[in-house]
Structure formats: structure tokens, C-alpha cells
Design a protein around this ligand. Sequence first.
Ligand code: C2E
Ligand code: MG
Ligand code: MG
Ligand code: MG
Length: 292
Amino acid sequence: RIKNDGKGSAAFFNSSMEREALARMKIEQSLRLAILEKRFCCAFQSKVDIRTQAVKGIEALVRLRDDEGVIQAPGSFIDLASELGLIDELTHLVLAEIVKSIDPINDTFGADATISINVAAKQAGNPEFMRSFAQALQDTGFPQRFMIEVTEDAFVAKNHFQAEILPMFRKLGVGISIDDFGIGYSSLSALADITADEIKIDRSFITDIHKRPRSQGILRAIESLSEALGMTVIAEGLESFEELAYLQAATKIRYAQGYYFARPIFLEELKLATPASSESRGSVSARPMQQN
Ligand code: C2E
Ligand code: MG
Ligand code: MG
Ligand code: MG
């Protein structure tokens, strides 16, 4: 109730606004500090061949350690980091972290595994950032190992992303992946105009796919279009044996990424072989495991 019809409610409204503003300032401050102090880390989750269980690639998923040492998932800070203009720096830091960890990454997932980095749609439409990021990828000396994951909105946005920015990455051998496909604003037919190597079907279509005829229809449509366009399809968020069984029996989809095969894991914890944290219980190999 925003209507200010009495002293009591106005006071309540003001103090709750104040509290909200204060809480936001606190989050902003701790985010700036976390990035300044490089208090972040990457968890890696594998993309698995559902027939052979070989690791095709991995995705770097950033986490922040807050002031109290608690690890925060990106859902709580990515949008804010983007608003505050901190996301570009964060993305460069993620790349630097990967380069620093390349030996354990190769030991754990194989030296052929592609390495995916998420790029927010807003970043993708910013030529200045994308140029500096392409340069940083080239500077690693192994740009062809990398893929960038960008949501579909970036591909249909009216900017230079498709025409100028993407070719620059392709020239370096960096793979292009469409993330969370199906929940953005692009139509299926927009896919025909998109140049990408990989398409990741959003988790919302994969959850309980075996029980949902409408999702099955959508999946079939995405699958046949992707096949025609030469894009690799990845099912995101695969959590259960039933979902896997459906993909195997009713589709030609070959790759999946989800808790069923592997949770995101921290490399340091593997090296130290400490008791598993909530995120590292996932098996390193692609062996199916119980969800926890
Ligand atoms: P995304 O790129 O779509 O990444 C997949 C998300 O789904 C990850 O969440 C992952 O932990 C989660 N996930 C994987 N398998 C399953 C499953 O079987 N079930 C369920 N329920 N979830 C699963 P996370 O790590 O919290 O990341 C959320 C989003 O934050 C990412 O979605 C991505 O859009 C963004 N993000 C992560 N790291 C970065 C980064 O370095 N830069 C940018 N710009 N965005 C990032
Ligand atoms: Mg992603
Ligand atoms: Mg995704
Ligand atoms: Mg997502």
C-alpha cells in the first residue's frame, strides 16, 4: 500500500524504504569490496555426452565469498554487478582464474574439454568490452579452448553483436553458445539468422520432460532446427534418470549438463580432498549420482 493516508502508514512506508535502501547500499558496498579484493571463485560443471559419459566441456560458474566468508551464487549479485558497471571486470577475473587453474582443469576434465564463460547480454552488446575480452582470450594462447555463453536476447538485439562482434570471436576459434534457449524473446525462426555452435535448451523445458507433452514438442522443434543449422544441442538442468531416459529414447540430443551427471565443483577442494561442500558432492567423472 503506497497510499499515504495517515501518519502511521507514512512512517511505516518511509522506514521500510529506508531499510531497503540501506540493505541495498550494504549489498553494493560488499560487492564492490568483494571484487576489489578478488574474493570470488569459479565452480566448474561438466557438459556430458549422455551416451559415453565423456566430458565434452565445462562451464565456469562464478561465486562470491561475502564478508562473512559465505559463498554466494551469481543469482544474488550478477544483475547488480551489471548495474554497477562491475560485470566486465568480473568476467575478466573469471578468465584469469581459469588460466591460472588450467593444469588442474586439464587433469580433472581432460585437455580437450571446451571451457565456457558466461557473458551477460548487456556485455555482449558492448563492442568495447567484447573487443577487450576477445583480446584477453587471444592472450591466453589457447583461445580455441573457449566458448562464450550468451542468452538469446543478445542475438536478436539491434546492435553490432551478430554482424561485427561475433565474427571477431569466431576468427579466434572461440565457440559461441546460446544459453537458456526458449525463455527469451526470440522466436524459433530467429534461430535461422543466428550464427552459433551450440544451443543450450533452458532447464525449464528439461525438468520432467518425460511427463510433459508440450515441452516434448518444443524440444523436438528446437532439435530439428538446430540439426538443420549444424548446432550442437545441450539439455540444461538434467536432474533425473527419467529425464535422461526420455532424451535417449525419444530424441537425438547427445549432450546434457545437470546435477544428474555432475554438480558444479571447486577445483581447490579436489586438490585438498577435504570433505565435500554442498557444491562439490557432484562426481568429477560423469558417473550418474544421487541428487542431494
Ligand atoms: P547458466 O549459465 O544458465 O548456468 C546454469 C545454472 O544452472 C548454474 O547456476 C548451475 O549451477 C545451475 N544448474 C546446473 N545444473 C542444474 C540442475 O540440474 N538443476 C538445477 N536446478 N540447476 C542446475 P548458477 O551457478 O547459480 O548460475 C546462475 C546464472 O548466473 C548462470 O546461468 C549465468 O547466467 C550466471 N552466471 C554464472 N557465472 C557467470 C559469470 O561469470 N558471468 C556472467 N555474466 N554470468 C554468470
Ligand atoms: Mg551458462
Ligand atoms: Mg543456462
Ligand atoms: Mg541461466
